[in-house]
Design a binder for this molecule. Structure first.
Ligand code: C2E
Ligand code: CA
Ligand code: CA
Ligand code: CA
Length: 278
């Protein structure tokens, strides 16, 4: 029944997108990839600077293409958005995350998982209904899920998107603003969205321990977020100096290559049992 439901979205997307995108054949292959499990979900840890442990993970999609090799999400997500395939792909990812969560929750019940949700999907009623169905039929508590949303002009119908996010909050899902600092109308979104977390974009984080201006921006963003009652994640943490700087600023969580690259579920569960400290 699940397959039928996902399949339905899939074919809608395939039909709507035909002729609109330059790389139709690649998108056709994406249809097949989803059906045959060639889309994989990797996980990158979010490390708690307060508790010195992996407190959460972010799901990041990977496409293992049989001929072209690995295709990164930066290439196929924008295409999937344009050709309406993003809906089926996101539901696929959410399904995976929820079932993976059920596995690691047995030994690590406190570790939450974040899923990236394209802003434009939030005003899509069919998508939101499908998400609610997944949440309701799953055995993992909704409080172990975070939806990461990018501040974006692509939020085609802000009122409906905000209503959808409010509904997810009501159901227990946390909402995170992704890539903070890079989008438009940043402060407007902070005011309007029911956020629980803010992720500072890696372009600000990467040089914060060496660049005075970046340091000021990061430090004041953390302060601002805390005053608004939000948790702060710094992304793109690649070295120990950066992590030490963030700790000193009171940042809650760090994510980046220093802690780990995105890894398959098997490597993640191993990491959770070892629990390295930084
Ligand atoms: P994002 O949500 O901002 O994810 C963070 C990206 O930064 C990931 O790239 C991650 O691998 C990379 N990254 C993490 N730590 C570091 C670091 O220390 N240094 C550097 N240089 N990079 C780091 P990735 O996996 O290629 O994903 C790219 C983007 O694709 C994501 O950006 C997200 O916007 C999108 N994406 C990935 N998976 C999904 C998905 O399931 N749904 C949607 N809608 N978008 C997704
Ligand atoms: Ca993200
Ligand atoms: Ca991000
Ligand atoms: Ca990004």
């Amino acid at each position: 029944e699940e397959a039928v439901r996902l399949g339905k979205f899939w074919h809608d997307g395939a039909r709507d997108g035909a002729g609109r995108d330059a790389d139709i054949s690649l998108m056709g292959e994406l249809d097949d990839a989803l059906r045959t499990d060639l889309i994989e979900v990797y996980y990158q840890p979010k490390y708690s600077l307060r508790e010195d442990r992996i407190a959460s993970v972010e799901a990041l999609v990977r496409w293992k293409h049989p001929e072209r090799g690995f295709i990164g999400p930066d290439l196929f997500i924008p295409m999937a958005e344009k050709t309406n395939r993003i809906e089926a792909m996101t539901l696929y990812v959410l399904h995976r995350v929820v079932s993976d969560l059920a596995i690691w929750r047995i030994e690590h019940p406190d570790v939450t998982a974040a899923v990236n949700i394209s802003a434009k999907l939030l005003s899509d009623t069919a998508f939101n209904t499908a998400v609610e169905d997944i949440l309701k039929s799953s055995c993992v508590p909704t409080s172990s899920l975070i939806f990461e949303v990018t501040e974006s002009a692509a939020m085609s119908d802000p009122a409906r998107a905000i209503a959808a996010l409010n509904r997810y909050r009501e159901l227990g899902v946390a909402v995170s603003m992704d890539d903070y600092g890079t989008g438009q109308s940043t402060l407007t979104y902070i005011r309007q969205l029911p956020l629980s977390e803010l992720k500072i974009d890696r372009s600000f984080v990467q040089h914060a321990s060496r660049n005075v201006n970046d340091a000021v921006l990061v430090r004041s963003t953390i302060e601002l977020a805390h005053k608004l009652g939000l948790k702060v994640v710094a992304e793109g943490v690649e070295d120990l100096e950066c992590l030490t700087f963030l700790k000193a600023c009171g940042c809650d969580l760090a994510q980046g290559y220093l802690i780990s690259r995105p890894v398959p579920i098997s490597a993640l569960t191993e990491m959770l049992s070892i629990q390295m400290r930084f």
